[in-house]
Design a protein around this ligand. Sequence first.
Ligand code: FES
Length: 165
Amino acid sequence: MSELKIESDIAAVIQTAIEKHGRNRDAFIPILSEINHVLGHVPGEAFREVRNQLNVMNGQAPVAESQLFGLASFYDMLSTKPRGRHVIKFCENAPCHVVGGKAVWDTLQETLNLKNDETTPDSKWTLVTTSCVGLCSVGPVLLIDDDVYGNVTPEQVSDILERYE
Ligand code: FES
């Protein structure tokens, strides 16, 4: 795909997201979420384009690219880097940690040969940590895409990963 085509696609995705969610500050996260959903991540060019489109005929104070990038970097659900077909989110908070989370995390990293926020060369897996997902009573907890796994042990890691194409 040519660079020009990618840029026009990004602009179209952003235009659609802005038409759907509006231009005020409450819309920033929904707009970025939609871009993330459609493109798989929020690419660098998108921040400039969102800023440009939001700042046209917007009665509010201008939006800065850095502000949008800050939001995309802060929220776990958004990624500024391309992600794999399957995203593993591992809860890193203390209640999961103290019931064996560290060993599960080490096994995940060793099995996939990934560190936090990395993607396998074949783009199958992305491994990231996440904050508490509210399932502390069944820790250690990991999520793969929309699937939730609780009471995970290091021995279960390979079996769980094999369920995904
Ligand atoms: S600390 Fe892991 S789910 Fe709450």
